[in-house]
Ligand binder design. Sequence first.
Ligand code: DON
Length: 332
Amino acid sequence: MADADGDGEFGVDRILADIHGLVAQNTGGEVADYIPELSKMDPTPFGIAVTTVGGAVHGIGDTQAPFTIQSTSKAFTYCMALEAIGRAKVLERVGVEPSGDPFNAIEFDPVTRRPYNPMVNAGAITVAGILRDVHGDAAFDEVLARLSAAAGRRLVLDEAVYRSEAATGHRNRAIGHLLVSVGALAEPMEPALDLYFRQCSISVTARDLATMAATIANMGDQPVTGREVFDIAAVRDTQAVMFTCGMYDYSGNWAYDVGVPAKSGVGGGIMGVVNRQLGIGTFSPRLDRKGNSVRGVESFRLLSAELGLHAFDLTNPGSAFVDSFFAGAGRS
Ligand code: DON
């Protein structure tokens, strides 16, 4: 595919153009309609963007079209919570085990009574509660500022989506009450829920997602502005949870086929992190039954195969650092 039209051109722009052309033919899936405002989305835009840890940005198609970040925000708020209260305290409130169930499942780990992980709604609402505890009424401004720093531009709230979600989010409200009942959230829980609805309603583009993902890939430093946005230890833990839980009940298939830590959102975005190398952002609003963008999943599959991005591909050169410990040790 790298030279599908036989014109002798390779390079990332050619690869992106070929993948975009192929995947654009897929019109499968449906726009999310359980949030009334999302059902009004134009289903047709499709963009793929890539940002390297060196700060180079490449893209094809509708990379500047706005959409709401939705669940993709969960990766960043988890990172913020780890930084704010530390890994041990976060683990007391939210686990790191894949649930194998849909993102909005009403369930907790039967032994710990904690939400399974921070990528499903129950875990993300708990994480919002942690950020509320730490930042109080300033919590949303903190989240917006940090996501903006990762994107390298000032992001804004999509008020219409926020209002729509807050007015109709009864299932999330039910999860919030259950979180209070198991002791994961303090009363009143409405402020945590409101933060969750707001963080989901931040407007981004595929290009933003690629650059935000590249900030994670670059150990927390924004590759274009050079600003340190996230702590390196928090970034490591966040990638691990994205790898095992980021695509909900598709996470196992995703790890097997695509092999990069990722997070999707029902606004149609998917963000992928190729550690120390790249951030990838895709946008196409039609979703599959698991809530993942149909074209986004297909684009990632092709891009991963074409560029050898899978974590366990032979293209992964391993670590010279580890090699140095074994140098001269010989065989036992
Ligand atoms: O909780 C919700 O319903 C949404 N605001 C976010 C869900 C979401 O993006 C799930 N992703 N695939």
